[in-house]
Write a protein that binds this ligand. Structure first.
Ligand code: KG4
Ligand code: ZN
Length: 337
């Protein structure tokens, strides 16, 4: 069964085709970054309108590239949430309508489940069970994963998500949107001049909090001369603090669960320093680590096609309603077994 996957939850239009035996057939991504960067962040109404413009041409392009006719598509997966309501509705309405026209099932996919399963697209895919660290613009989650849909929340951010903290700090330092990659580029030129706190690591538990770190960064920045070197040093200190905090919590999660596999996914998992620090920790713990390729750390259609395919194969599908849910706790997902 060829499954068409559609991602429109925020500022990227992603389309892909996945086949359970043949793997990923084709994938395309259109990023709205240039459009939003003028405003310093995502403008929801502009995002929705751009998805409307780009989605259907991208679906046509993906079909053409895969040398498949629409008749060969056996199911359509779309991101139904969490995300921006208008943006989600574009993908949901398009997917649901195409599925109806093509007489195939449609399946609503949880965006974070898409991220969580993205490493399954790689050659060296993890076996269940594993601990997953999901670090994106809207979420920071530690999850014990026993199978598809079998998720036990171990910890989460009580305030800002890791990606959000990167974006806000980048804004403070006068870097553009999206802040994560820009801040990490600047950090390469930073010297270890400051030490920032590692929030919530001195007490037990697996929750995160990044808003205090953001304030600490702001105060350090205001007290500095705001030179180019100061900015680079602050970026370095911030990135190191986030990275070490994630390392401490992931080590604790592996020890608490007794599991020896760690999956790291979501936009922030593209960060080289964070990848290296977590890899080093996991080596010492004699565990294995799995990341998606950098391109599939951030939003994409491939992870949605993959996640949807697994649920369709398990016999799940959506009714004829256009299903979009901007807030959707992962704990409400049904098991796939
Ligand atoms: O997963 P994603 O593409 O979208 C959401 O589901 O939110 O994650 C986007 C987030 C943004 O906050 C972005 O700044 C961050 O991931 N990000 C990074 C890097 N690349 C993307 N943060 C740090 N370092 C990076 N290299
Ligand atoms: Zn995402």
């Amino acid at each position: 069964m060829y499954v068409l996957g559609i991602e429109t939850s925020c500022d990227e239009t992603g389309v892909a085709i996945y086949h359970p035996k043949q793997g990923l057939i084709s994938h395309f991504l259109y990023s709205q970054i240039d459009m939003h960067s003028e405003y310093g962040g995502v403008v929801p109404e502009l995002a929705s309108r751009d998805h409307i413009r780009k989605l259907v041409p991208l679906i046509k392009q993906t079909l053409l590239d895969s040398h498949l006719s629409s008749r060969m598509i056996g199911g359509i997966a779309y991101t139904a949430g969490p995300g921006l309501m208008g943006a989600l509705l574009v993908g949901a309405a398009t997917a649901r309508s195409l599925a109806w026209a093509w007489r195939v099932p449609a399946i609503a996919v949880h965006h974070m489940e898409g991220h969580l399963l993205a490493p399954m697209l790689e050659e060296n895919a993890p076996q269940f069970p594993f601990v997953a660290l999901l670090i994106s613009g809207g979420h920071t989650l530690l999850v014990r994963v026993a199978g598809i849909g079998d998720y036990q929340l171990l910890g989460e951010s009580l305030d800002d998500a890791a990606g959000e903290a990167f974006d806000k700090t980048a804004k403070l330092l006068g870097l553009g949107y999206p802040g994560g990659p820009k801040l990490s580029e600047l950090a390469r030129h930073g010297k270890p001049a400051f030490t920032f706190p590692r929030p919530m690591t001195d007490r037990p538990g697996l929750d995160f909090s990044f808003s205090g770190l953001k304030t600490f960064t702001l105060n350090t920045f205001n007290a500095s001369e705001k030179s180019a070197q100061d900015k680079a040093d602050i970026a370095e200190a911030f990135q190191t603090a986030v990275s070490e905090t994630l390392v401490i919590k992931c080590r604790r999660a592996l020890q608490q669960t007794g599991l020896a596999r760690l999956v790291v996914a979501g936009g922030v998992s593209a960060n080289k320093q964070i990848r290296a620090a977590l890899t080093e920790m996991v080596l010492k713990e004699k565990a294995d680590i799995y990341f998606p390729r950098p391109q599939f750390c951030t939003d994409n259609g491939a992870m949605i096609a993959y996640a949807g395919c697994q649920r369709l194969l398990a016999g799940q599908q959506q009714d004829l309603r256009i299903f979009a849910r901007p807030r959707w706790p992962m704990g409400e997902l049904s098991n796939c077994q």
